[in-house]
Design a protein around this ligand. Structure first.
Ligand SMILES: [Zn+2]
Length: 234
């Protein structure tokens, strides 16, 4: 049987057997990509995500068990930590895992860590020539809506940048909020299933931001398939 794979403009047809595991299907797809005009793109079993009928597929299940039909369409995407431009899944601190920490603002921090009212996006600068290289920097986004998947691409003017060098902050760590109501809405992937995230809170104290810690080894982070973060006036 044939399965069609789609990721934006990239389309592949792969021959599979109903008894094939998803791991095997991934191997065949990766081989197909290697032999196409997209051969310069790197994919591995662990970095490729397959989605069928809105559910992510686990490596050990078979095509038959998942009820995938001949000519069925599977979406595929790269799973990257932080994020490669255009990847459909990104790691980010999950507000449901550990609530906000009250972070007092000071007047003597570096210029690349200035926070403002609304959403503040934190990441690490990847530019070797920047004074903030490998340091945590803050992109004050302001009030409005930040879309983790759509806006974290070089094509969007909402894409966060390192304030010291203007390099794109593709590896976002977390968010902090100042003097606003804020709301997270999205879809995360947990144990191979999509789970809804809906979290609201507000911060009204002076000289304080609500900061979500990533934790040791990113323990407070989740893999997001969709995530919109909104901040509005109190
Ligand atoms: Zn920088």
């Amino acid at each position: 049987m044939i399965i069609k794979f789609i990721n934006g403009i990239k389309k592949f047809k792969v021959e599979v057997n109903p008894s094939d595991t998803i791991k095997k299907v991934k191997e065949n797809l990766i081989l197909k990509i290697k032999n196409s005009k997209y051969s310069n793109e790197y994919y591995s079993i662990n970095s490729i995500l397959l989605i069928y009928n809105g559910s992510p597929l686990s490596d050990n299940d078979t095509v038959e068990e998942l009820g995938i039909k001949d000519r069925g369409v599977i979406q595929f995407s790269k799973m990257y930590r932080g994020g490669e431009v255009g990847s459909a899944v990104k790691m980010m601190t999950d507000p449901e895992k550990k609530g906000p920490v009250k972070w007092k603002t000071t007047y003597d921090g570096p210029d690349y860590l200035i926070v403002k009212k609304g959403i503040n996006l934190f990441g690490f600068c990847q530019n070797k020539n920047c004074i903030a290289y490998k340091k945590e920097v803050c992109h004050p986004f302001g009030l409005g809506t930040f879309d983790l998947i759509q806006d974290l691409s070089s094509k969007s003017d909402k894409c966060p940048k390192c304030p010291a060098c203007e390099y794109l902050l593709l590896e976002l760590e977390t968010c902090g909020f100042m003097k606003c109501k804020y709301h997270y809405e999205g879809m995360k992937i947990e144990k191979g299933q999509f789970k809804k995230l809906d979290y609201s809170n507000s911060i009204s104290e002076e000289h304080t931001i609500d900061y979500f810690e990533a934790g040791k080894n990113d323990e407070n982070k989740s893999l997001f398939y969709e995530l919109k973060i909104e901040a509005s006036d109190l």
